[in-house]
Structures are given as C-alpha cells and as structure tokens.
Design a protein around this ligand. Sequence first.
Ligand code: NAP
Length: 321
Amino acid sequence: MKAIRVGQHGGPEVMRIEELPDPRPGAGQVVVRVKAAGVNRADTYIRAGAYPRLPELPYTPGMDAAGVVEAAGAGVTRVRAGERVYMGGSLFCGTYAELALCAEAQVHPLPERLSFSQGAAVAVPYATAYRALFQRAGARAGETVLVHGASGGVGTAALQIARAAGLSVIGTAGSDKGRELARREGAHQVLDHCAPGYLDQVVALTGGRGADVILEMLANVNLGRDLKVLAPGGRVVVIGSRGTVEIDPRDTMGRDASILGMILPNATPAEAASIHAALGAGLQNGTLRPVVGRELPLAEAARAHALILEPGAYGKIVLIP
Ligand code: NAP
C-alpha cells in the first residue's frame, strides 16, 4: 500500500509518500481501505515534534478517516468486510494511507447518507465537540453556548450538536465566509472574532446574563475576556490554546465560574463508546452533517498541513488516497 511517512520531525516537507506492506488484522482488529483521511491541526503539531505524546519514528500521520472494511480479524462482531465505516484513530500506523489497521472499538458505521469525505471529518472534531459540551461542561437544553471559533472542524461540529440539543448558539468566525458557514450550520447569532469589542455583544445578546458555556478554540487569546462574559455558574472549556494568557481570577469568583480543560484522548473507553453512540444517532438522522471545505490527493499532505494553519477556516480538509 501507499502511505505518507514521517522519518524525522520538521516542516510539512518531511512527509513523503512510500510503499509499505499491507497490514493484516489480528484478533479483534480490522483493516479498512481508506477512501478519505481527515486532517487535524494536531497532526501538524505531532509532525513538527511539538506535542505532548509523540509516536516512534518513522510513522504514518492521521487519526481520522472513512472507508470500507477490507478484512476483520477473529472475534470481531461489530463490523463486517464490505461495510462503510468511519474511524477514530488506528493501531501502530496512521490514516494517511491506502489501508489502516484499527482496533474494533475505533471503527463505527458510516450511514449511506454521508460521503467518505464527510466520514473523515467525524471522529476527532465531533467527538471533541460532544465531549466538551456534555462530558466536560454538562451543557443543558435552554442554556446559551458561545462557540468561540465556529468556522473550523470542531466549531461547525459544536454548532450542529448544540443546536440539535436545544441550546441557544452564538458562533464566532474571522471571515465573511466563515460567519456565513456558522449561521448555516446552526448558530442563532454570529460574531466576528476580529472586530474590536465583539464579546460585549455576547452580554447584549443574552439580555445581560452572559453565556452559560463557552467552547474556546484559542484560549491564549480569549480566556481573560471570556471570563467577563460568562453567566453565573458559567463554564469555559479550553479546547485549543497556543500559549499563555493573563486572567483575573476574580472574574470566576463572583460567578461561581469554572475553567475546564480537555483533550479527547482522556476520554475513557466507556465515555468514548457513549460519544460515538450519540454521534451515530445524529449522523443517522441527519442532524450531524460534517462540512468538508477542501479535498486534496493523499500525495498533497504537505500542502494540507500548510493550509490548515492559515486563517479563514472553512470546515474540514481531507486527503483522498
Ligand atoms: P480549524 O478547523 O483549523 O479551525 C480553527 C478555528 O479557530 C477557526 O474557526 C478559526 O476561525 C478559529 N480562530 C482563529 N482565530 C480565533 C480567535 N481569535 N478567537 C477564536 N477563534 C479563532 O481547527 P479545529 O480542528 O476546529 O480545532 C480548533 C482548535 O481545537 C485547535 O487549536 C485544535 O488544535 C484544537 N483541538 C483540540 C482538541 C482537544 O482534544 N482538546 C481536539 C481537536 C482540536 P477563523 O479561521 O474563521 O478566524
């Protein structure tokens, strides 16, 4: 099979396409023929060597993908050869490849209504958004959520999930195109996170109360100001951050507010199973519709890694083997 390999950490150019032996499934494992692989920002941090958990070199990047089950090992009961699936993670090798070897628990049915590219946009973005909203913030129907960075993969997922769950949704984006996307994908109100003083509008839009939940994609820029627009009992979930930030802890005291960190790999097997059960229902009934912004050939993985770090996010970037 062809796969992208990283032999040393560095810029996007360290990713090369190579021939590797086809993986074979052991007991409890599944080999999937990858039809589309999702690109996440974390893939770029891992490639650059700037991530808390790094794979052994050389490795194949990629956590998300969708495809067709090629072979299932002994004892696998949840999927069969020929079934359409989306994957969240793989074993030993990554998903930027023609074939991926997965544990049974890493593959989930992909409903016919979704394309493979949409399937490649599910696992990390939707599971992150779901875990942030419900397993960390404990969001409830009727509350207001500010999705701070609503135009990207996690943001659009959060808009759809929150809207379907009966929350009042405010989304931010930095471009006209991104704000249009946020409105289309579920935001009741849309703000420009590049406009001066835009967070004041969160207070106005909520009748002076503030947001009950804030999903934060860039905490090093926003956390200090987020705390000033939280409702009493409000919760900020730090999903993304690229540095340090100054906050006034008093802003949390008067509100009984909470700052909650999260990374998806901390989800326990039981939490992960619950997340994917919920996502499966939403994918099946059409409330969850992953947005694919761009499809590139697998050989252009380096270009995808450069593009995902540019401003003006618009859904997911996926690679097609
Ligand atoms: P993405 O598709 O590249 O989107 C990035 C988002 O950040 C866009 O909506 C972008 O908006 C927005 N942004 C840019 N400047 C901002 C600002 N000043 N304030 C608020 N938002 C701003 O990335 P993604 O896949 O959605 O991931 C979002 C973040 O979550 C990344 O930092 C990623 O590493 C992190 N993440 C964390 C986990 C976890 O387990 N904790 C899992 C997945 C992702 P514009 O481009 O419209 O300006």
